[in-house]
Design a protein around this ligand. Structure first.
Ligand SMILES: [Fe+2]
Length: 357
């Protein structure tokens, strides 16, 4: 099948240690984040064996029966409090009929939380990978972020202290094949055009094609190509706010895979990073780059949220970009979340100036 792929920059993290090549990396980072907003990462320190084991575990967890998953389902109360840990099972209230998620918090307040028996013996290895993605890969991205904004490292690192964000998580996902009827109903989409909510979303590249990114140059969606054993990173709206709109959250969507892969279960692995819970979501103060570009002002002067409040506001539709442009007109856009608190006053904010075809 002829696929229209987007060209992505690759950040080779073996270049991180040497100050000269680290500078090159920072330039590439800037180019990627002001370009497509997506990039790949190689030499990230996860061995192929570790990678395969995590993929196998994700597959095993995603193929548990709905009854088995039910035991580890996130409760409505916890989810409402922002503690999203455990399964969201396909077909549940407001969920997609064929998409399963299993979340693990990096900073879980429940010590020794029960995990599915199939995962339990492998939790030490899984924990090691979760920590590695945060403490090595994400740490290096933050250092490059500091360099690209001409900020002291500590100013950026202190915004994402390990243990200070209660909502950063590691996710297994499973996208099961759709029936012909479901395919029509969902317009061939697993997830319509959207932006992620956090700082960076880091995903393990997977063999089954389904991810598409909005190409700002053309206004059309393009496929993200599978790169074996590479991480794929995109920008969330948190980072957009922290950089005054310099690094725009990437609009992406998940389609049903091409015909030759459409019958397979698409298993995914992700890490979503978030600023410290109490961090104020404003442009990073003192960045000479943001100042020079006139991007040191808040994107939304009427609302100053902490990271926790920002996520809560997001649940109520705050800053929701509407890029689901295939959606049939006249469909009910009812918000499934109640808007009965102070977030109701939060205006939608659209900082995109591109036109989608
Ligand atoms: Fe996403």
């Amino acid at each position: 099948m002829n696929m229209d792929y987007i060209a992505l920059e690759n950040l080779d993290l073996s270049k991180f240690d040497d100050p000269v090549t680290r500078k090159e990396l920072a330039n590439k980072f800037f180019k990627a984040l002001t370009g497509t907003g997506f990039f790949t990462v190689s030499n990230h320190g996860i061995t192929n064996e570790q990678w395969d084991q995590q993929m196998d575990l994700a597959h095993a967890v995603m193929t548990m029966t709905p009854e088995e998953k039910k035991v580890y389902e996130v409760s409505y109360e916890d989810d409402k409090k922002g503690v999203y840990c455990g399964f969201k099972i396909a077909g549940g209230p407001g969920y997609h009929p064929k998409v399963d998620f299993y979340n693990m918090l990096l900073n879980d307040k429940v010590v020794d939380r029960e995990v599915p028996p199939i995962l339990k013996p492998y939790m030490p290895e899984t924990r090691h990978i979760m920590d590695h993605v945060r403490d090595v890969v994400h740490y290096k991205l933050l250092v490059l972020l500091a360099m690209s904004l001409e900020l002291p490292e500590k100013d950026v690192l202190s915004s994402h202290l390990p243990g200070a964000a209660s909502s950063e998580y590691y996710r297994f996902s499973g996208y099961a094949p759709l029936t012909a009827e479901e395919k029509v109903k969902s317009r061939g989409l697993f997830m319509p055009g959207h932006a992620d909510w956090g700082t960076f979303s880091i995903l393990f590249s997977q063999t089954i094609a389904a991810l598409q990114v909005l190409d700002y140059q053309t206004g059309s969606f393009k496929w993200v190509e599978h790169v074996p054993y590479a991480l794929i990173v995109n920008i969330g709206q948190g980072l957009e706010v922290l950089t005054g709109g310099l690094y725009k959250a990437t609009i992406h969507r998940v389609l049903t895979p091409p015909a030759d892969q459409a019958h397979e279960l698409r298993v995914g692995l992700f890490y979503f990073s978030r600023a410290n819970d109490d961090y104020l979501m404003l442009p990073m103060a003192g960045s000479p780059v943001l100042k020079r570009l006139g991007l040191d002002k808040p994107l939304d002067p009427d609302n100053t949220f902490t990271a926790t409040e920002f996520l809560e506001a997001k649940k109520h539709g705050y800053m929701k970009p509407d890029f689901d442009h295939d959606k049939p007109k006249g469909e009910n856009h009812a918000d499934m979340f109640r808007a009965d608190d102070r977030y109701e006053v939060a205006k939608p904010l659209v900082s995109y100036d591109i036109k989608v075809q």
